[in-house]
Design a protein around this ligand. Structure first.
Ligand SMILES: Cc1cc2nc3c(=O)[nH]c(=O)nc-3n(C[C@H](O)[C@H](O)[C@H](O)COP(=O)(O)OP(=O)(O)OC[C@H]3O[C@@H](n4cnc5c(N)ncnc54)[C@H](O)[C@@H]3O)c2cc1C
Length: 501
């Protein structure tokens, strides 16, 4: 191991002094914005660089400032680190050697997938070495008998879905970020997405994982069995661990048969109680073919119209529901969807609606929902909250946030995966106000807890919500989490400043 004295005398890379103003639209450095203290890690130096270049070759050790920037800044332009290097391993063995070396030299690392994470977990806070999984993108095997796919963790979600589609399967997970996010990032965040109501969460669909521990040891949890009760389900420990317990290198995913028919109803409604009634009706009338239930309020549609130029095809309503069905018989499903919409109109639950079956029109309706987050990059400051709530309190949360903020922001709106009680609550303002932001975060955390919900439904804790971890868990659960972290990563090199306060 190198001595600290030697390390300090060899500072060769210095992006730290470059002002954020030299890059257009970039956030300030996270360490400044949030006043964070650097941990007792060693600094990245020339001898470390030489080790990594020997291991990976110069091409896969990125130190160019412009190339580094896209790995240092998150998708939502809210967090910015100042790492001097991005490593791009291609194999598990390379990840293992990198971690063994970093652990031995007390160098902190930040595992990175597609960098679409919404809680600031995917970018460094200081100068953590970024380990990008983008070159670990091999699909190893698709087993057509069992419908399981085995792949490296850096495969892009959409590419994985295309590959399994050729064999008649579907990836049981769908997010707006599918063109960029990795399956490994999805596992690390326990991503939810649009189809959770149909296929359940990743704890059920991930059958096996390969994980590299902080000390470089490769943990083989790659059993492709749906049923396996031989001891603790260790793979579940890494689902949602956000890069703090190990680096996921391989994944075995169970994929159901690909639906042959798909229909989307886009409905306009007057009040939230009608939204609830329509949702219950959809569950009962559409039953086994129901595959997504998304809600958006009027302010969401207005926001999307302003920033991403989408237009509601049915005019203006206080609420909108997007209801998707997926099944195996087009005729049967079409009949069911039309009967459901007609009946909801007759019962005055719904004021207006349209149904699409054609692929292009289905995509067009989905874009109304999927493009909303794209507006966040263009609108000034946005307070993003991803909470889950008992659905009777779902929209009360938006109303109460509006009352709390009054005219201190430009707009408050709510949309999300209603079927899972998952609300994306947002407050946008042209200007950033630190005091307002802090009081809003506290308000949302307290209210969500009062309603019996969770402050992180699907986006994880990351850097953003780390101070809520103790509040969101019982003292016993919180202490067990810290014990697990100590056991698996005693030097705390894996994604520091994330999850734990
Ligand atoms: C437009 C848009 C829509 C979105 N919609 C949804 C949605 O519907 N549902 C939802 O849940 N999320 C959604 N997200 C958030 C995000 O896409 C998910 O959290 C996604 O799972 C992150 O995957 P990623 O590969 O981009 O991971 P990253 O953002 O790179 O990383 C996220 C976290 O996982 C860790 N990590 C990444 N890869 C690994 C690995 N191989 N091993 C260990 N740790 C790793 C990182 O350290 C970090 O803590 C959306 C984001 C955007 C931009």
């Amino acid at each position: 191991m190198m001595s600290n004295k030697l390390l300090k005398s060899m500072v060769v890379f210095n992006v730290k002094n470059i002002s954020s103003r030299s890059f257009k639209n970039l956030p300030d450095f996270t360490k400044n914005t949030f006043n964070v203290e650097r941990g007792f890690y060693n600094y990245f130096q020339e001898p470390h660089l030489r080790f990594f270049q020997n291991l990976l070759g110069n091409e896969r050790v990125v130190t160019d400032l412009i190339d580094l920037e896209k790995h240092n800044v998150d998708w939502y332009l809210q967090f910015r680190g100042s790492s001097d290097v991005v490593l791009k391993p291609k194999t598990t063995e390379e990840v293992s050697k990198i971690l063994e070396f970093c652990n031995g030299n007390k160098l902190a690392v930040c595992p990175q997938g597609g960098n679409t994470g919404a809680s600031g977990g995917s970018v460094p806070v200081f100068d953590e070495i970024i380990i990008s999984m983008e070159m670990m993108n091999e699909i190893i095997n698709i087993d057509e008998d069992s419908g399981t796919v085995t792949c490296q963790s850096g495969v892009i979600l959409e590419s994985l879905d295309k590959a399994v589609a050729e064999k008649g399967f579907v990836v049981p997970l769908d997010l707006g970020a599918k063109g960029s996010c990795h399956i490994g990032g999805n596992v690390a965040t326990n991503a939810g997405g649009m189809r959770l109501i149909r296929y359940g969460n990743l704890h059920g669909n991930i059958l096996g994982l390969e994980v590299v521990k902080a000390n470089g040891e490769v943990l083989n949890l790659l059993k492709p069995m749906k049923k396996d009760n031989t001891g603790f389900h260790l793979k579940n420990l890494f689902i949602g661990s956000e890069g703090t317990l190990g680096i996921i290198t391989k994944v075995i995913l169970q994929c159901p048969p690909r639906p042959r028919s798909q229909h989307v109803a886009f409905l306009g409604l007057q009040k939230y109680d009608k939204v609830l009634k329509t949702f219950k009706k959809a569950r009962s009338d559409l039953g086994e073919i129901l595959s997504a239930v998304e809600v958006m309020d009027h302010a969401t549609i207005e926001f999307a119209h302003e920033y991403v130029q989408t237009v509601s095809p049915i005019g203006d309503y206080p609420f909108y529901l997007l209801i998707e069905t997926s099944g195996s018989s087009d005729e049967h499903d079409e009949h069911k969807v039309h009967a459901f919409v007609e009946s909801a109109l007759n019962q005055h639950f719904v004021l207006n609606g349209t149904v699409a079956s054609d692929h292009t029109k289905v995509r067009g309706l989905w874009e109304l929902r999927e493009k909303v987050p794209v507006g966040f990059k263009k609108c000034g400051w946005v307070g993003l909250f991803d909470v889950s709530l008992p659905i009777k309190h779902y929209y009360t949360m938006v109303d109460e946030t509006r009352s709390f903020l009054k005219n201190r922001v430009d707009s408050v709106f709510g949309f999300g995966h209603l079927g899972d009680g998952n609300l994306h609550l947002n407050a946008v303002s042209k200007k950033y106000d630190e005091t307002l932001k802090t009081s809003l975060e506290k308000f949302v955390a307290v209210k969500t807890t009062e309603f019996g919900g969770s402050v992180s439904a699907e986006h994880g804790v990351g850097f953003l919500k780390r101070r809520y971890l103790p509040m969101a868990n019982s003292p016993g659960a919180f202490h067990l989490m810290t014990d697990v972290k100590k056991l698996l990563d005693p030097n705390r090199i894996l994604n520091p400043y994330k999850i734990f306060p």
